[in-house]
Write a protein that binds this ligand. Structure first.
Ligand code: SF4
Ligand code: SF4
Length: 180
């Protein structure tokens, strides 16, 4: 009998920009949830979701902070959707050297959405009163990867550097005994 395949959870927040009214409640709760201590302050500049707002043109675009980019792009993009032109980089999720979005304002360190780790549902989704944000989870099957010998070697080397060869050898022997 074949054993069931391993799965991983894909978390998605769907954004309906036609519903967003630019209220910024999502920015407020996100920055407050990530304050230290939690909920002790709120500052949308520290939020992992930022909403581009241009009320005169009825443009509201919530975007989530993604991966940090060490260098800015060589080119820029500009979208026109349903006749509305959106500014350069509006849909980009990266903290990068060309702008202040998704950077902690005091330290300049990049911010990244963590899907409100520990919560049953992202708080920005809960706080969006007009359902512009909806949360979905799905399971996808993954192939079990063979362990990479180079990674094991690097991991072992760092353990030896930290604890010494004798201690690591003792730990391995102990583990081997327990596994029998
Ligand atoms: S809470 Fe919802 S409506 Fe308000 S700015 Fe955020 S996404 Fe838009
Ligand atoms: S999911 Fe959580 S961490 Fe990510 S933007 Fe929303 S409130 Fe912030």
């Amino acid at each position: 009998m074949t054993s069931p395949k391993k799965t991983k959870t894909i978390k998605t927040i769907k954004i309906d920009i036609d519903k967003c009214n630019g209220c910024r409640a999502c920015e407020v709760i996100c920055s407050s949830f990530h304050a230290m201590p939690k909920y002790s302050s709120n500052n949308p500049a520290r939020s992992r979701i930022r909403v581009t707002r241009e009320p005169i043109r009825d443009v509201y675009v919530p975007v989530y902070a993604g991966e940090y980019a060490a260098a800015e792009c060589a080119g820029r993009d500009k979208y026109t959707i349903d006749g509305k032109e959106y500014d350069e980089c509006v849909f980009c999720r990266a903290a990068c050297p060309s702008r202040d979005e998704f950077k902690e304002p005091d330290s300049g360190l990049p911010l990244k959405c963590d899907m409100c780790e520990g919560e049953d549902e992202p708080l920005c989704v809960k706080w969006c009163m007009v359902d512009a944000l909806t949360y979905e989870e799905r399971e996808v099957e993954i192939d079990e990867e063979e362990p990479n010998p180079e990674e094991i070697e690097t991991g072992l080397q760092s353990l030896v550097d930290k604890h010494g060869l004798d201690k690591v050898a003792d730990m391995v022997a102990q583990l081997a005994k327990e596994k029998k």
